[in-house]
Design a protein around this ligand. Sequence first.
Ligand SMILES: [Zn+2]
Ligand SMILES: [Zn+2]
Length: 342
Amino acid sequence: MKAMLLRRIAPLAVNPAPLEPAEIPVPEPAAGDVLIRVSVCGVCHTDLDEIEGRAVPPRLPVVPGHQVVGRVERAGEGVSGVRAGDRVGVAWIFSACGACRHCREGNENLCADFVATGKDAPGGYAEFMVARAAFVHRIPDAYSNVDAAPLMCAGAIGYRSLRLAGIRDGDALGLSGFGASAHIVLQLVRHMYPRTAVAVFAREEGERAFARELGASWAGDFGEAPPGKLRAVIDTTPVWTPVLEALRHIEPGGRVVVNAIRKEEGDRAALQSLDYPSQLWMEKEIKSVANVTRSDVREFLDVAARLPIRPSTEEFPLREANAALLQLKNRKIRGAKVLRIS
Ligand SMILES: [Zn+2]
Ligand SMILES: [Zn+2]
């Protein structure tokens, strides 16, 4: 089968084509697994973190990709509930132990044995992939394959971030950065919290105009102040400066939710400028978002289909995965990038 393989970790500035087209064997589903014929796979900022070496290193070589939509080709031994022909998705959570305290409490995203799709196990930048049957998700009929792809990570983790933001209807919310996840969160907020005003911080005027189109009440550049204090801010930027700015914009007891697996090293010095009295005192909080649980993915897919959330997407053929990654790196974003595979 055709696949795009990551063999070496390097910044895109050093190697602008980090993934190599390869012909590799179709994987065999073990007991409890399903073999999936991949239709599409979304391109996520976490793929960049992995390729450029910011995340915990993958097992190389690896097929990246964790926003997978396809059809079950064959089920392994002992699989029930999922059959050949079913349309399913695979998210960042490939598996978790199921037995530790975090797993038992429903926080399988925090499991020490968390296995990440496309990092610790081969992902969806390929014609086929194997997944644990218990960790695949049914795709609502309301969605095409392409529209469903960005829901699997950008949407699901956006939903988790919004839950962790802990807002109530009417509380003002900020979105710092306006990429694939934030544009879905904005649509979620408009429906789940109709009285909540959303302020969007984005560098490009195009992104800000897009945010206003989707219902943001205010959109400005980083460094600008929104019209009023915010109850919470969800940060999806790759750097620290916007987090520090967000701390100035939240009210006492407010929270900044950082939705990023890693921040870029070059911006680390920004953290040393933290001014405790104005930015963190008064019970302000910074909370990170780590991974997703199966229930995040399933609850989100259910809510998204009922609204419905319409992701904006841009398609690339599989062999142009490097071009999609480079555009993401250079923040040429309007919605989500999706690789079309079959
Ligand atoms: Zn992702
Ligand atoms: Zn566990």
